[in-house]
Write a protein that binds this ligand. Structure first.
Ligand SMILES: Cc1cc2nc3c(=O)[nH]c(=O)nc-3n(C[C@H](O)[C@H](O)[C@H](O)COP(=O)(O)OP(=O)(O)OC[C@H]3O[C@@H](n4cnc5c(N)ncnc54)[C@H](O)[C@@H]3O)c2cc1C
Length: 393
């Protein structure tokens, strides 16, 4: 019997599991697949102004744990060598592959852009055969944008990887493991100099060798920055890996490729969930408390057909926003909860978190991973009967 069973392995599910592991409880995460985390930029977007929203909003419900959950998150990933910079109360600047600046809340240290006014030279580093980043385009827009007021000189350089076409994952892994890293550093040495910023697509290493950007900074004596770009995003994959491996180290159990297809209850308590494993075997898993962290449409926590939108496991009532089809309003669809993040009055030990919550709308609110992080953490604590959080809820 598990103390806590979490359904879903996206940011919200992983943080709920982390809260349980912190309290040294027996925790299981059951998931059909990976969450959206691996597709994301790896930057945790969060707009603190949303915390002031009306009482019904999920942002209002997590306000008491935002600081604590963000610092817990930083500690979790640091155990895997992944440093995150920033705080929930302010926005942090990062550069994109398009030469623009984007604000996010917590960002990997390798992406953090500090004091852009201090640089006089930018070297944009591309890779031959890698078509997801154009140094030329980056420099064109970066110069136009005025982000670097002191800029005097720019240069685009292309490193030969020895392979005709390369993709993001191959490149990041090759730079982490092979002797390509030494060759790249040797290639870049002549371009190093004072007040120089070297920018790269986000491929500078895999975990646990994620310190590649630091190593390059030390050897070259320049600031090295990874740029946020399109899909697939390696920083998102690194973050997913860091969280899962840290949680495993902390004793969290994982069951992947398992779809939750139903549940059993006794009076007002969920007693077990019914799962279907990839081979087709169906079995039950018992727990004392459950967190529903199955995401929105991407994660398949919500299903839509022409007639309705439903939450398929517990059949929680789904809220449908007005003007559903306009302006990404459909992303506000989701389930309502009480102040303790419980979606169904009759099921006292079921909690919900993440993008399945009504009115989360990550696109409009620009707060996707931030809300998943804070609500997952809070749902985990509440599910384990943390009275302090209950009082604040
Ligand atoms: C392409 C894309 C890029 C994004 N980029 C960013 C970004 O850079 N920064 C940012 O802050 N936000 C970003 N967002 C928003 C953000 O990623 C999401 O809001 C957040 O990841 C949601 O996390 P979640 O845990 O609620 O759900 P998800 O990540 O969707 O996880 C759901 C989990 O539940 C599992 N699941 C679903 N149904 C079942 C079932 N029946 N049985 C078992 N398991 C089940 C899934 O397999 C998955 O593991 C992005 C969103 C998208 C779609």
């Amino acid at each position: 019997m598990y103390d806590l069973v979490v359904i879903g392995a996206g940011m919200s599910g992983l943080m709920a599991a982390g809260a349980g592991a912190r309290k040294q409880k027996k925790v299981l995460v059951v998931a059909k697949g990976q969450g959206v985390l691996s597709l994301s930029s790896g930057c945790i977007d969060f707009n603190p102004e949303l915390l002031e929203r009306e009482e019904g909003s999920p942002y209002f419900k997590v306000q008491d744990v935002v600081e604590e959950s963000f610092s817990f998150f930083k500690g979790l990933v640091k155990r895997c060598g992944l440093n995150y910079v920033g705080s929930p109360s302010e926005q942090t600047r990062i550069l994109t592959t398009l030469g623009t600046v984007k604000n996010s809340c917590l960002v990997p240290e390798s992406m953090f852009l500090e004091n852009p006014e201090s640089y006089e030279r930018i070297i944009a580093v591309g890779f031959k055969g890698y078509f997801d980043f154009s140094p030329k385009m980056f420099l064109y827009y970066a110069k136009k944008s005025g982000i670097f007021p002191g800029l005097k000189e720019t240069e685009e350089v292309y490193f030969e990887t020895g392979t005709i076409t390369v993709n993001t994952t191959w490149l990041a892994q090759a730079l982490a493991r092979g002797n390509l890293k030494e060759k790249l550093i040797a290639f870049l040495k002549p371009y190093a100099g004072p007040k120089t910023l070297m920018v790269f697509p986000a491929v500078l290493g895999d975990l646990p060798e994620d310190r590649l950007f630091k190593e390059m900074e030390d050897v070259l004596g320049v600031r090295v920055v990874e740029l946020s770009g399109g899909l697939p995003s390696f920083p998102g994959q690194r973050l997913n890996k860091a969280l899962v491996s840290t949680l495993k180290e902390m004793g969290v159990n994982f069951l992947f490729n398992a779809e939750v297809i139903g549940y059993k209850k006794d009076l007002r308590q969920v007693t077990s969930i019914k799962i279907k494993e990839s081979g087709g075997r169906v079995r039950e898993i018992s727990g004392k408390a459950f967190v529903l962290a199955t995401g929105s449409f991407w994660g398949k926590g919500l299903w839509a057909n022409k007639e309705e939108i439903c939450e398929p496991i517990f059949q929680s009532k789904v809220y449908l926003p007005r003007n559903f089809a306009e302006d990404f309003n459909f992303l506000a669809s989701g389930i309502y909860t009480d102040e303790y993040l419980r979606p169904i009055k009759e099921l006292e030990n079921l909690y919900a978190a993440g993008s399945i919550l009504a009115n989360s709308n990550y696109l409009k609110n620009n707060s996707g991973l931030g809300l998943a992080l804070a609500s997952g953490y809070k749902a985990g604590l509440l599910a384990l009967g943390d009275r302090e959080v209950r009082r604040n809820a």
